[in-house]
Design a protein around this ligand. Structure first.
Ligand code: ADP
Ligand code: TRP
Length: 325
């Protein structure tokens, strides 16, 4: 299968991104043809500092390599280095109804969040995402729950294009992790863990042992002492159990049993230890890569070249179907 996904270079990659997305990518690259990229063009639609963008892109690339993405197995690149993404976005714009774009949940959320800067890019955002996906004739897109609506729109755009211009694109499906599709914020377990919120809400993949300890020990838990997985009534402890289960490979049931009589403090201490040990190789690898920036840049360049080879083929086909030469 051809698998594709992207992530925006908008902040520190956290354990929610890892469990909801990157972990699947690392597994998928073993048996599939994978294309993964840093969606820098998408990130221009919200306020950002141009002088920090390159640093954030390199940081994001290093984070993925440190977390197990292997650029030998996976085509890994920076979106803006493959101009076919923007070209296909423009071509697809003409088959995408504005009404569909206005209905997107992420668009509504972002326009509420950034009232001072409701730019056209925010509205077109899902068409660029559809271009990212359709350009590589993708079969499946591993993402978290929040992106499912964008994948559905991608399918609709592919369908519309095929009806109007003849079969060109296949409809991709979303691949959701069974568990971990929505890790919640540590300081507010009713909200999703997100890198665009305050650092208190997440644990970065490269957090120091001291910070891991601080953040887990002060994570919001619920009233009552019972350690039970009940996301509605006990969102705090349920979130910690989910994180524990996904990093340890132990089932929730098993964890409930182990910690039943031990209390929140003990669970938190044990989770701190688990995370510190699990993330240690990630921290080490990142440190090694931080001093090899030239190598990282070269790797991204090679990735972009490989991506372009596939993308150019689709663009030629699309242009010709639409009557352009
Ligand atoms: P963020 O909201 O932290 O800025 P992005 O929107 O860049 O993250 O998402 C990158 C990937 O990580 C997407 O596939 C998204 O679905 C997934 N993801 C983001 N937040 C979480 C979370 N809290 N739990 C699980 N997956 C998540
Ligand atoms: N919109 C996605 C997010 O915020 C990032 C993204 C851009 C993406 N292009 C993509 C994800 C293509 C999957 C496929 O997480």
């Amino acid at each position: 299968m051809r698998i594709l996904s992207g992530i925006q270079p908008t902040g520190s990659i956290h354990i929610g991104n890892y469990l909801g997305a990157i972990k699947q990518w690392v597994e998928l690259q073993e048996k599939n043809e994978c294309v993964f990229f840093i969606a820098d063009l998408h990130s221009l639609t919200i306020p950002y500092q141009p002088e920090n963008l390159q640093k954030n892109i390199i940081e994001a690339a290093i984070a993925h390599f440190a977390a197990g993405i292997d650029p030998q197995k996976t085509v890994f690149f920076v979106q803006s280095e493959v101009k076919e993404h923007t070209e296909l976005c423009w071509l697809l714009n003409s088959v995408c109804p504005v009404g569909d774009l206005e209905r997107m949940i992420q668009y509504k959320e972002k326009t509420r969040q950034f009232k001072q800067n409701i730019n056209a890019g925010l509205l077109i955002y899902p068409v660029l995402q559809a271009a990212d996906i359709l350009l590589y004739k993708t079969d499946a897109v591993p993402v978290g729950k929040d992106q499912v609506q964008h994948i559905e729109l991608t399918r609709a755009i592919a369908r519309k294009f095929n009806q109007r211009f003849g079969k060109t694109f296949q409809e991709p499906k979303a691949l959701l992790p069974k568990m971990g599709a929505k890790i919640m914020a540590l300081n507010n377990p009713r909200q999703k863990m997100s890198k665009s919120s305050s650092p208190q809400n997440y644990i970065s993949l490269f957090e120091s042992p001291e910070e891991i300890k601080k953040k887990i020990m002060s994570a919001v838990t619920d009233t009552g002492k019972k350690i039970k997985y009940e996301p509605k009534r006990k969102p705090g402890i349920s979130n910690l159990l989910t994180i524990y289960s996904l990093f340890s490979g132990k089932s929730i049931k098993e964890l409930e049993k182990t910690f039943q009589s031990k209390g929140y403090g003990f669970l938190k201490k044990s989770l701190t230890e688990l995370l510190t040990n699990f993330l240690e190789p990630f921290r080490r690898k990142r440190k090694e890569l931080l001093i090899r920036e030239v190598f990282v840049r070269e790797t991204l360049k090679i990735g972009a070249k490989r991506a372009r080879n596939i993308a150019q083929f689709t663009i030629q086909e699309t242009r010709s179907k639409m009557g352009l030469i």
